[in-house]
Design a protein. Structure first.
Length: 284
């Protein structure tokens, strides 16, 4: 029995830093979505636990015990009281340390796939508990649907209905450490601003997001000034409704209402031959 699971990127449409806990963790307010852009994971029964890596971004990972996919497999097996036995293959397409939750998406995919392979009956809430012990973004990546995030990322609610929209993702090939970005942050805190009304269409969504920010963009720009060039290149594409950085960077996104326009943007940015990673997909 072989199972294949898609592990989509997690994109923060906005991200407000609203406070800080006594233990040093920052409190966030964010809207996360999952475009059809991502990694894929296959699992099949085996006599022990193994992980094989392939795909264009595989060279940036190591199939070692600390890989998040293997961590997730071991944690799930321990919670179920069984031995972790499965052969996993991760096809890595998302850039590493790029602010779009690639590692967390892979870990969440492993939890979903292995639940099915091992025929475990676990609720989304129980899987989120297991995932949170591995990484703060795993619970939201388990949902794979538009989600309002609060707390340190563990307070999750379904977002208001969002309109169909196309997303362009661009990464300049610069890895950014999330702790380093938070450390470089000098600003105060921003009020939470969750979306409470469903946007009418893609343009209405972009206008709502324009009244919100990514509070990590300034420190990320300080650490990786090329982000400004990426944002400008995205904003210059015909049909782009909004250009913004996701998460702690350095991946940036553009929102488009029309598929043909986002596909044209992919071609235009790829032809610049800057060595950037460029991808596009629908957010649904």
């Amino acid at each position: 029995m072989t199972l294949a699971v898609f592990a989509p990127a997690k994109v923060n449409l906005y991200l407000h830093v609203v406070g800080k806990r006594a233990d040093g963790y920052h409190l966030l307010d964010s809207l996360a979505v999952f475009p059809r852009i991502g990694d894929s994971l296959t699992v099949e029964a085996a006599g022990d636990l193994s992980l094989r890596l392939d795909g264009p971004m595989a060279a940036g990972l190591q199939a070692e015990p600390d890989n998040i996919v293997l961590k997730a497999a071991r944690a799930l097996a321990a919670a179920a009281g069984i031995a972790p036995k499965a052969a996993l293959t991760l096809t890595k397409r998302l850039p590493i340390a790029s602010g779009i939750g690639g590692g967390s998406a892979d870990g969440a995919a492993a939890l979903r796939a292995l639940c099915a392979l091992w025929r475990l009956e676990m609720s989304e809430e129980r899987l989120a508990e297991i995932g949170l012990a591995i990484g703060a973004d795993l619970p939201v990546c388990l949902r794979v649907r538009p989600t309002q995030m609060a707390g340190i990322g563990e307070i999750l609610e379904d977002a208001v209905p969002l309109p169909p929209v196309w997303m362009l993702l661009v990464n300049p090939g610069v890895a950014l450490s999330t702790p380093a970005v938070f450390k470089a942050r000098k600003a105060g805190f921003t009020e939470p601003a969750p979306l409470t009304q469903a946007p009418r269409d893609a343009r209405d969504l972009a206008e709502a997001l324009s009244r919100r920010t990514n509070d990590l963009m300034a420190p990320a720009l300080f650490l990786a000034p090329v982000i400004a060039q990426v944002l400008g290149a995205i904003a210059a594409q015909p049909g782009c409704l909004l250009s913004r950085m996701s998460g702690s960077g350095a991946t940036c996104f553009g929102l488009f209402a029309v598929e043909a326009e986002v596909r044209s943007a992919v071609r235009a940015l790829s032809q610049l031959q800057l060595g950037w990673w460029v991808a596009a997909g629908e957010v649904s």
